[in-house]
Ligand binder design. Sequence first.
Ligand code: GTP
Ligand code: MG
Length: 202
Amino acid sequence: AQIVQAEFIKSSVRTEDCPSDGLPEFALVGRSNVGKSSLLNSIVRRKKLALTSKKPGKTQCINHFKVNDSWYLVDLPGYGYASAPRELRTDWNKFTKDYFLNRSTLVSVFLLIDASIPAKKIDLEYASWLGQNQVPMTLIFTKCDKRKKKKNGGKRPEENVNEFQELIRDFFQTAPPWIMTSGVTNQGRDEMLLHMAQLRNY
Ligand code: GTP
Ligand code: MG
């Protein structure tokens, strides 16, 4: 697997402020703490390029990272962070949704879903919104290294993954592509790179 170089470019709070060089980009979105920043670091093999934290709500802007001088990975704030002030929450919603609908260089949204727990209502709602608005998306299941635990519903990641896909089937005309990943073992890294290369060459 490749990836030569990645660098942080800028943080934006509005779509209009995002980089304007026209390079294609992929955006990581998902619940707070699902592992967006960790996955980004795993893809570019840099432990601390995107800041991660045990505390949800770490990422608060649209963060552009340029890879190999030719495309972007975009780290977005998480949704469903219950302890964020209501005002901030609606604001996040407004600016991420505006970004999804109006960012012309956005090739695909990567919707991250935690495979170590059963489907969450808010994730189903988000998938439904993306489907209804025909935003191109890929399902990225995270934390696939985690063992099943009773307190997490007692199911293996594979079972949670199948159930999630079953639950969102009606939101899409054709089932979105999906990849199982782990930021700990780097599972899915090469598959993601290949997937992004294929999408860029369309
Ligand atoms: P926000 O920026 O707050 O929205 O969170 P985020 O989605 O960027 O999550 P982040 O990457 O900061 O990870 C949250 C926590 O989950 C951290 O404690 C990570 O170490 C852990 N984590 C992330 N990915 C994985 C994974 O693949 N496996 C396991 N076991 N833990 C993970
Ligand atoms: Mg983050």
